[in-house]
Design a protein around this ligand. Structure first.
Ligand SMILES: Nc1ncnc2c1ncn2[C@@H]1O[C@H](COP(=O)(O)OP(=O)(O)OP(=O)(O)O)[C@@H](O)[C@H]1O
Length: 882
């Protein structure tokens, strides 16, 4: 037995009153100190005192300390624990308080309270003397023998209720000790020895004196404060043993129950896992089984059969066989079961070897393309060339065509026609806003909710491996943290690589070389260069008014009539009306908005027609009484009516309903666009420029004004850096040529910026603009401002400028010229080096417009102002009073 040095506590102890928790000898407790007396105790005994004795406190349980020291002490619990303060931790927030770590030494009882303030101090009598235990035994030899027996017994015994007390253990304390220790061993055996705390407990058990066990155990196992208090109050060792054993037994029983339920659950789980596959394999027809499981089993068999008969490549086949083997062993409840099954279903559905036969008849293709689309000569020519080469060389690793042009010019619909001419399946993949590379390449199957990418999904949808894939809006691909989808497209679009395209979801290569990819975009500016490099760009410009009229009457109107269940006998839209819609109700390069307007007209006419049929039926009914002649009379009197005139319900409308200017106003409302050119150029400092946007060409009014100031230039209208630089260039050129052209500021000075601020504005202010092509327009506008002369209202211009006054070429001439034509302008000034682009302009547009090709700014200004811009000798014209 281990020997313990006797502990002698002082006869006077400061008292720490606690209410929560009971400290037992041999155990350690953390307690919070925040009441007045306790705080005083900590401050004067623990924080100021330096001797070991000053750290010994009398801890009185179950006694709340009054909040203020003015209040009297409450009745104190009779028995307490002398404790050693091991650690003091203090804090001032939210209010001053300490946390003490205290270790119980022994019991004491209060003999007399000596003082109450600032903290209570009592005269105490020590109750436990650890060295006393051996004295309770008759002789030391007897104790040694019994103790040895007790230890062996304790180690052997597993469960407390099976404990057989050794016959020689008749000593009451010893038998209780024996019983307690054996219970304790049972407890330790049940616990997991690999847990460090449990291993420590085991060591403690071996080293601690037996009589210390009841106190220590009570504080370790799950006991209430009340039970702990009872143990504290049990001064006799035998009594303490007796009280602790039931607590220990209770704990052991609880643990056993817990172990039992855990074991049951584990067994159940194992059984479920073991039974499932056996059930599936030993399926006996007719046996009573869950119907769902039967179905699943059938499905798996079907799937296996499909894999066996599928024509997938060897590598894919191997993967499928491996996966189906795994699937068979898997319980259905596993999340991976559904995942693997979906994967296998996709694998068997994919058109590994299924393709359509190409219909390669160039003449038929030409007719079909011409029938479907009016104009677009350049595009149709390139498409036919492409198809012709395919006809000659079947396995063409040709370039990927990319149609670039404004919205609604028929890029998508030409793609559809190509598929139709070739007799191939068509699938459109909208790439606008796609910013995750797994959209193209799929997710790895390890992800929750993983899916194949759009390419593989598209192939599954069309069911053949040689469809026409239209990659719509490649210029609107995004980029995000989830990777760059444009980079993923590189592999798809590279004819050298795409025969081995690996989707992350499939994880086996799929041959995309038979797929015909066509891309569309509104602009090439935002297409990544590497992607652009893999594609052949075909520009699709906007339509002229004449082309739009033709497209409307050949394609759009018949399509809309069909969609609304109308016939040409019921509605008549003359060409002048179409022109009216094009010029006054739409402003676009394509025909989508125009198509919508026809849709609106057809809806309005459909209502009229339906109403008319109803009225006719009604009239027929009433005519039975009045006779045929009467009806004829009514019809003769019927006058052409307004389309929205709902007041005259008595008469059916006259067929065909004519859509004239008035009907148009009734249906579409007042015109949305007016010819505002002449109006806008009624004062100096305004010029018309031509801009190119992804939506086609547009005319743009550049406005300038001057005011008193310090020579500052203000630019508004969301301009980019290049455009701002153009403005600075224009001002510098005008300042350096002010004398030559007699340009003066408000005070007649040739220094144009002397005491003058200039403001340049580019409507529409909300649209971002950039590019150098506004240079000539800015010069013309400022020249008008400083000369006080009006720019011609029917002239539009485009061109980049240099500091020397040269005019450099710009892009988008065709779209810009068409915009000028749409706006009803008469003359267009373009850079001389853009003259070659005029060939692309349709003949009728060229006839309507006159072109000035300028190589320097002198020529631009001469053309932009009536009578030229050459210096006049008459002073009245030179000095503007504006
Ligand atoms: N030349 C044409 N002949 C006949 N119909 C045309 C022509 N151009 C356009 N269309 C019709 O205009 C509508 C819009 O065309 P489509 O959707 O192909 O435009 P898009 O250029 O692809 O536009 P976006 O860039 O917005 O996708 C379609 O109904 C199409 O049939």
């Amino acid at each position: 037995m281990s020997s313990v040095s006797p502990i002698q506590i002082p006869s006077r102890l400061p008292l720490l009153l606690t209410h929560e928790g009971v400290l037992l000898p041999g155990s350690t407790m953390r307690t919070s100190v925040d009441s007045a007396r306790n705080l005083q105790l900590v401050r004067s005994r623990l924080l100021k005192g330096t001797s070991l004795q000053s750290t010994i406190l009398g801890v009185i349980p179950n006694t709340p300390d009054p909040a203020s020291d003015a209040q009297d002490l409450p009745p104190l619990h009779r028995i307490g624990t002398a404790a050693l303060a091991v650690q003091v931790v203090g804090s001032n927030w939210p209010k001053p308080h300490y946390t003490l770590l205290i270790t119980g030494l022994c019991r004491f009882q209060i003999v007399q309270v000596l003082k109450e303030k600032p903290y209570p101090v009592a005269e105490v009598e020590q109750l436990d003397r650890l060295e006393e235990f051996p004295n309770t035994c008759k002789t030391r030899e007897e104790l040694g023998e019994l103790s040895e027996q007790f230890y062996k017994y304790a180690v052997q015994v597993c469960f407390p209720y099976q404990t057989r007390i050794h016959p020689c253990c008749s000593h009451p304390i010893l038998s209780s000790t024996l019983c307690l220790t054996s219970s304790l061993y049972s407890l330790v055996e049940m616990l997991d020895m690999s847990v460090p705390a449990v291993a420590k407990l085991r060591r403690l058990l071996d080293s601690l004196p037996r009589e210390a066990l009841p106190d220590i155990l009570t504080s370790i196992i799950r006991t209430s404060n009340k039970e702990k208090l009872q143990i504290l109050d049990a001064v006799s060792l035998e009594e303490r043993f007796k009280m602790t054993i039931p607590l220990l037994v209770r704990q052991i029983e609880g643990l056993k129950l817990l172990q039992k339920t855990r074991k049951h659950k584990q067994d159940d789980d194992k059984r479920v896992i073991a039974i499932r596959p056996i059930r599936r394999i030993t399926h006996i027809p007719g046996a009573l089984e869950d119907e769902d499981e039967d179905e699943d089993h059938d499905d798996i068999v079907m799937l296996e059969k499909k894999i066996r008969t599928s024509s997938m490549p060897e590598q894919a086949h191997k993967v499928c066989v491996k996966e189906i083997k795994r699937l068979k062993k898997m319980p259905q409840s596993m999340p991976e079961y559904a995942l693997t099954r979906n994967y296998l279903e996709l694998m068997v559905e994919l058109p590994w070897n299924k393709s359509t036969t190409d219909r390669l008849d160039i003449r038929a293709a030409r007719i079909l393309l011409d029938n479907d689309h009016y104009a677009m000569e350049k595009l149709k020519k390139r498409v036919l060339e492409y198809l012709a080469v395919r006809q000659l060389k079947n396995n063409l690793k040709g370039p990927i065509l990319c149609f670039v042009g404004p919205p609604g010019v028929g890029k998508t619909s030409v793609g559809r026609s190509v598929a139709k001419t070739l007799g191939r399946e068509f699938h459109r993949i909208a790439l606008g806003g796609v910013c995750d590379q797994s959209d193209i390449r799929g997710h790895r199957r390890t992800y929750v909710g993983s899916m194949p990418g759009r390419i593989i999904n598209g192939l599954k949808t069309v069911g053949v491996n040689n469809p026409v894939f239209l990659l719509d809006e490649v210029d609107k691909l995004g980029k995000s943290l989830q990777g760059d989808p444009a980079a993923a497209l590189l592999e798809v679009l590279d004819p050298e690589q795409n025969h081995n395209f690996t989707d992350h979801y499939l994880n086996v290569a799929f041959d995309l070389s038979q797929v015909l990819f066509i891309a569309t975009a509104n602009t090439t500016a935002t297409i990544p260069p590497a992607l652009l490099d893999r594609m052949e760009i075909i520009q699709v410009p906007g339509y002229t008014q004449e082309e739009k009229i033709e497209i409307a009457h050949r394609h759009l109107i018949p399509k809309q009539l069909e969609q609304h269940g109308l016939t040409p006998q019921q509605i008549q839209i003359p060409q002048v009306t179409t022109l009216d819609i094009i010029t006054r109700y739409t402003r676009e390069a394509g025909v989508r908005s125009l198509d919508r307007k026809f849709g609106a007209i057809c809806r309005a006419v459909a209502v009229k027609v339906a109403e008319g049929q109803h009225k006719e039926a009604k009239l027929d009914h009433s005519d039975v009484a009045e006779g045929e002649g009467c009806k004829e009379h009514i019809l003769e009197d019927a006058k052409p009516e307004s389309i929205n005139d709902a007041t005259d319900l008595a008469l059916p409308p006259e067929m065909p309903i004519l859509i004239d200017f008035h009907a148009l106003k009734d249906i579409l409302g007042p015109p949305m666009y007016e010819m505002e050119v002449s109006e806008r150029l009624s004062q100096p400092g305004v010029a018309i420029g031509l801009a190119w946007t992804p939506l086609g060409g547009e005319i743009m009014f550049v406005e300038a004004s001057r005011m008193d100031g310090e020579g500052q230039l203000t630019l508004t209208g969301q301009l980019g850096d290049v455009m701002k630089e153009s403005a600075h260039l224009a001002i510098s050129w005008l300042r350096s040529n002010a004398k030559k052209y007699h340009l003066t500021n408000a005070s007649g000075n040739f220094d144009l910026l002397d005491n003058t601020d200039i403001h340049l504005h580019f409507p529409a202010g909300a649209v971002t603009k950039d590019g150098p092509s506004a240079g000539v327009t800015i010069v013309t506008c400022l020249a008008s401002l400083f000369s006080g002369r009006l720019v011609r209202s029917d002239v539009a211009m485009t061109g980049e400028i240099t500091l020397r006054g040269l005019v450099l070429p710009v892009g988008g001439i065709k779209d810009k010229v068409l915009a000028a034509h749409r706006a009803g302008l008469k003359q267009v000034i373009i850079p001389q080096r853009n003259e070659k682009d005029l060939e692309e302009i349709p003949g009728n547009v060229r006839q309507d417009l006159s072109f000035v090709t300028a190589s320097c700014l002198d020529e631009v200004l001469n053309a932009a102002f009536d009578g030229g811009f050459i210096v006049k000798t008459r002073p009245g014209l030179l000095n503007s009073k504006l």
